[in-house]
Design a protein around this ligand. Structure first.
Ligand code: DGL
Length: 270
């Protein structure tokens, strides 16, 4: 039986990556780890972000015998990938803004990157733009508000489209391709598309991550399971949503670090 894949994010955004992977490779076992206790990552210092994520992921990987980790968070990936790869011997797949496909697809040569403030400011993002989109005009737009909007939409099905419209009013009229550089943002894909009167191409990193993981994983397991663990409380709305997404074990663990605090398979209702 193959070992599980661990998908990690600050909250529910990485579930967009989980869903793409689960759909493409339903025979694998998936563990999802949400660090909701520290959401949003976009507001943490790089040091606090790195130390917390590395401790949490290392502990989980040892506990659950994971074969591969997907850092399903642009904000974390653009900061912690090198540190984590130096500490773990298993493959670590990072999710970074889909600048390359956007630059290839854009006809106007004008693209916009929507991401958290931290991702927008990271040198890693500038290097991606320099490497893959130096021939384009790239408008970088920090929209941390969309993280909470996406969390709300995932749990309760509601998004404040007036606020969204105001935020996206900043997009340059010449832009024809929008990069969703935060894994939370595809949760708002339909609402984002509806903010534009013209046809806007909207790209994210899901396809690339599916291809990368497919090339790295072991054979399928006979009993695929999906396990969800959160460093914060799981309320009943989220619990019900997760069940519909195929999670059979849902755990709420209130502490981030020591391994005995993981209670795999149990659910503390709030
Ligand atoms: N989902 C995250 C990302 O892709 C982070 C959101 C946040 O915690 O600020 O960047």
């Amino acid at each position: 039986m193959s070992k599980p894949i661990l998908i990690f994010d600050s909250g529910l955004g990485g579930l967009t990556i989980y869903q793409a992977l689960q759909q493409a490779m339903p025979g694998l076992a998936y563990h999802y780890l949400a660090d909701s206790a520290r959401l949003p990552y976009g507001l943490l210092t790089e040091q606090a972000l790195t130390e917390g994520c590395v401790a949490l992921i290392e502990t989980y990987v040892k506990q659950a015998q994971v074969q591969l980790v997907v850092i399903a968070c642009n904000t974390a990936s653009t900061a912690i990938l090198d540190v984590l790869r130096n500490r773990l011997s298993i493959p670590i797949v990072g999710v970074v803004p889909a600048i390359k496909p956007a630059a290839e697809l854009s006809a106007s040569g004008c693209i916009a990157l929507l991401a958290t403030t931290a991702t927008i400011q990271r040198p890693y993002t500038d290097e991606l733009i320099e490497k893959f989109a130096s021939h384009c005009h790239v408008q970088k737009i920090a929209c941390p508000e969309l993280v909470h909007m996406a969390e709300e939409k995932y749990r309760y099905g509601y998004a404040d489209t007036i606020q969204l419209q105001q935020l996206l009013g900043a997009v340059d009229p010449l832009v024809d391709t929008l990069v969703l550089g935060c894994t939370h943002f595809p949760i708002l894909h339909a609402e984002i598309a509806a903010c534009f009167s013209k046809k806007m191409r909207i790209v994210d990193s899901r396809e690339a991550i599916v291809r990368r993981v497919r090339s790295l994983v072991d054979s399928q397991t006979e009993h695929p399971v999906s396990v969800y663990t959160d460093t914060s409380a799981v309320d009943s709305a989220l619990f019900e949503k997760l069940v519909t997404k195929g999670f059979t074990k849902i755990t709420s663990s209130f502490e981030a670090a020591p391994q005995e605090q993981y209670e795999m398979g149990s659910f503390k209702a709030v």
